[in-house]
Design a protein around this ligand. Sequence first.
Ligand code: SF4
Ligand code: SF4
Length: 506
Amino acid sequence: MTMTHPGLPLEWSIFIIMSMFLLVGRLLLMTPQNKVMSYSLSFAEIPVISRIVKFLTDSVWPLLLLKIIMVCVFLLIIMAGLFGTPIAERNIATILTWNIWWAALIISVFFIGSAWCAVCPWDTLASWLVRRKLWQRAHPNNSLNLKVPRYLSNVWPAIIMLISLTWLELGFGVTTNPYITSVLALLMVVMATVSLAIYDGKAFCRYFCPVGRTIGFYSQLAPVELRPIDPDICAKCTTLDCYHGTETVEACPTHLVMGKLKQNTYCISCGNCTQSCPDHNIAWRLRSHGKEAIQDARPHWDEAWFMLILLALTGFHGITMMPFFESWLSKTAYYLQDSGQLLWSFTLLLFTSLLLILLIYFVFILIIKITSGTKLGVKKLFSEFAFVSLPLAFAYHLAHNLNHLLRENSDLSSLIANPFGMNAQPLTMMEKHTRHMEMLIPQDLLFALQAGLMVFGFWIGLKIIQHRSDNLLKTSNWQLSPMVLFVIVITTFHVFLLSQPMIMRM
Ligand code: SF4
Ligand code: SF4
């Protein structure tokens, strides 16, 4: 018997829909503003916190210690997956990877942006293996230092990796297979290592890694950023140590120049620049959520596709956990004469959902092109408005992941005591039921958080439309209606998904 989590109650769905109406009314009636209201506060200006943050960012030890801990946990996962029980819910490899890390990773972006990348064990192991140094810059760096070919220096490789990862996760069922979970984790280390040994900088992080790019794009909405304390110092800088590195500190692995940095997308929070800047002019800053997606981030064709595919995949992810998905899958299998694991049927449904979202978005872009009478090309409008998909995907992704994280808390103490799950039996229905009932927070609070997130995503989506239209189309608020309708359609779809019972992962 499959166990399900209850969906969002009707009153919360009504609350979200009412809030959407109010926000749309406000947008259509208010005078367009050219500049978004935003705040920014450098941690370097907050008395006690500035010292703590300075210690954490200027010294190599705290980060190195965290990296060592993450690598130890990672190696435990690998060993447990390879040599432990195949029962997913009894093996720490599957529980830590899919129930905890995969769900918490996206939630972490809401608070600390791409900080995960700073301690990522794939990258840490790749660096140790290639550079052969625990910390500090290696001379020589043991890489061929080739330039990434033009056809690979975009986010298309990461798009392919993200779709493949989703296929493996939801179609192939890697989440319930500890052994394949470990093999996949090892494969990521191999790819990161090979890339580091061949290409200049961290090409894997910048162009290929599906996790890094996902949290990189979501970090455009994060409330933190690493930026210059005094932009004038950067403007007058002649050494560009943040970019080139120093004798002891590595260069920026993703080739960013701090003085010109306007978006978090490719910053992997490694902290090299905070250590290499001779003026100690780089610090973490608090800022308003979404400011970067609303006004600072520049549109690019490949990045627009990434954001839209991310939106489609998060929705598809939700659909696969609905009880009705099983019947969709069997009906598709019946027409395709597919049998066994139904991988062809799953693949067809996956690509159909991707195409559907892209098509809906494209139609709305065409409508806005025709109704606004703009001379701008479809490609430009496509790239510029794709930012609206970020808060929509992020809000739903967070709301969905909260369900996994707060409702599927495994018995961590017994997993830590027996990480390989030796001699353990599968969870009984009674144990599953108990787990299901023992939530980490009250259920009503979870519903409130999910509803709040949906309204948050919708609100940021509207601000993106308004600000980008003001700059691009110089049009009246009413002419934004096609894009507003797109945001309403997607959010309503996400609310529908959240209001359905959701199948437990394991
Ligand atoms: S981009 Fe990927 S490999 Fe690089 S640090 Fe981030 S998660 Fe790790
Ligand atoms: S060196 Fe580059 S990637 Fe690392 S924190 Fe600084 S800007 Fe980000």
